[in-house]
Write a protein that binds this ligand. Structure first.
Ligand code: SF4
Length: 238
């Protein structure tokens, strides 16, 4: 693919102001900050996807966290959810280091890109249906740019699943009707009339609610990552 195409897309996403409520919230959070991060200059803008332009596996979350991605400018970076996700990616050999602390920390992902259907941090982590729909075209464009290489997608949580299915359909993959239900470990193959299909996997979200309660354990996450990476044709994970 054309790497500069994805770079350009990321720049355009970072400048988006289409959702008034989310623009106000992300900027308000960036001004007021959390006491623990008082010396940070928050990003306070939409957070683009993170990872190489020729990724074979796409991980799709929900939306950036107010003091995580909205602070650091990188997906899943600077919060507990990200700690769990990047640790697992490192453990299975898909990341160069076990932590993701800030956008300049040198972390590299191997064949994996992380994105979300909503690029701005929403109040209470809950975008409205209108905000979700407004942001979908960004994910469709990202899918179109990744199409030459992407072979599997791992969606974290039911909201991301619901938001991502229409984006896959708009990007040209065939989504079965009725739409497949989300479940941890769900695996659906989306065909494409004019190219390779896509293996779609579901995984419980890496939220604290799931990881603190043991609903999603590190081994469960590693296992689904290994399966998705294998389906994507990535070198055998650890
Ligand atoms: S949520 Fe998406 S569409 Fe809405 S302002 Fe942010 S980047 Fe733009």
């Amino acid at each position: 693919m054309d790497p500069s195409g994805l770079d350009r897309l990321d720049q355009r996403i970072a400048g988006c102001r289409a959702c008034p409520r989310l623009v106000e919230w992300r900027e308000e959070v960036a001004r007021t900050k959390r006491a623990a991060f008082a010396d940070w200059t928050y990003w306070g803008r939409p957070v683009p996807g993170f990872g190489p332009p020729d990724a074979r596996l796409l991980i799709i979350g929900l939306a950036p966290a107010a003091h995580g991605g909205n602070r650091t400018g990188r997906m899943f970076t600077g919060d507990r959810s990200g700690d769990v996700l990047y640790r697992a990616l490192y453990d299975v050999g898909l990341a160069s280091r076990p932590t993701s602390v800030h956008a300049g920390d040198g972390l590299e992902l191997y064949g994996v890109r992380v994105t979300s259907p909503v690029h701005c941090a929403p109040p209470a982590n809950r975008p409205t249906p209108e905000e979700r729909d407004a942001c979908r075209p960004w994910l469709v464009r990202e899918l179109n740019l990744l199409r030459p290489t992407v072979r599997a997608a791992l969606v974290l949580g039911a909201f991301g699943w619901q938001a991502a299915l229409p984006a896959f359909a708009e990007a040209g993959w065939t989504v079965p009707r009725p739409r497949p239900a989300f479940a941890h470990g769900a695996h659906v193959t989306l065909d494409a009339p004019d190219g390779p299909g896509l293996h779609l996997f579901g995984c419980f979200h890496v939220s604290q609610r799931n990881t603190f309660t043991g609903r999603l354990t590190p081994e469960m996450l590693r296992e689904v990552l290994r399966t998705a990476a294998g389906a994507a044709g990535l070198p055998p994970p650890k």
